[in-house]
Write a protein that binds this ligand. Sequence first.
Ligand code: FMN
Length: 353
Amino acid sequence: MTLDPFRLGLPFLRFLEPEMAHSATLLGLKSGVTGFLRPKPDDPALAVNLFGLAFPNPVGLSAGFDKNAEVPDQMLALGFGFVEVGSITPRPQSGNPRPRIFRLPNERAVINRLGFNNEGHDAALSRLEKRPHRHGIVGVNLGANKDSEDRQADYVQGVEVLGAHASYITVNVSSPNTPGLRALQGRDELEALIEAVDRARRTLANDPPVLLKIAPDLIDEELEDIAQVVSGSAIDGLIVSNTTIGERDRISGPHAAETGGLSGRPLFDLSTRVLSEVYRLTKGKLPLIGVGGIGSGADAYAKIRAGASLVQLYTALIYEGPGLVTRIKADLLKHLQADGFANVADAVGADHA
Ligand SMILES: Cc1cc2nc3c(=O)[nH]c(=O)nc-3n(C[C@H](O)[C@H](O)[C@H](O)COP(=O)(O)O)c2cc1C
């Protein structure tokens, strides 16, 4: 039996207020606890080549866990195929008043209204610059400051400041916790934003892929608009989805009425439906990253069959601990093999066939 230091710490973390538990987890990770871990090399059937990047496996860490790019290498060491840091805004900001993260353990869910609390571009830059060896795929998720007068400029600045250190860039216009942010998903604003971000990334030597992260709460017409705008645009892929402001009938308990974005298990059906719809609208031509409520290999496999080339998760990690990553990869492999798929790419969109 291998010693899993996280299993030892996990029951204790549950007694802490959620944000304190998160800080304790980051502290533990920074103290070098992952130095014990030697994840097995991934089965070649799990490898994905996309955006000119070689993902060892399709299971990524979603944005929000490592907002300030403090522990990307530690999270890669847990077996994630890629890690997305952020969201990062130009200037540091403290976010909404606490408490602002709520656990809903019965539903394996979380409501958060953090509001892009982060240390800003410069702090993230100095950490990304210092990464000892830049192995592994680390995406940088960009946000806009709450009090920004020109949000488009915030994303452009993010590309200019952090793009050279990003395996890919995510333009996050879907957080429900910054008032007005999601209006950037509208047709005209989105077109202008994509153009501006594209101009900025083309000035960089590494010309990083740019992904757009969308909300699961868009109505059909809005999804159609987005699909039309991104098809044939400079956007390399979509991340579907962020947290939801809906699905409240799926949760109960003392925190069910808290304002904020809901993530975890109750988000799975909705985000997978939207993923499937986006795959259909973009005719399977645009790479999609499926995120929302993944807690098992079967969930990851369902996202892939619905149209995702890669997946991400965050909330399930809070309940299951980091051993989950290895379990998901092993189960996903079994599902692929059972259905006769040679690799992940072969199963992408299988439900649409
Ligand atoms: C506490 C918390 C903070 C988050 N912060 C961000 C963020 O800063 N930027 C972002 O794009 N998504 C953020 N997310 C959304 C996740 O990246 C993900 O899209 C969503 O939680 C659905 O995945 P899950 O059900 O596996 O958690 C956050 C989620 C949680 C739970």
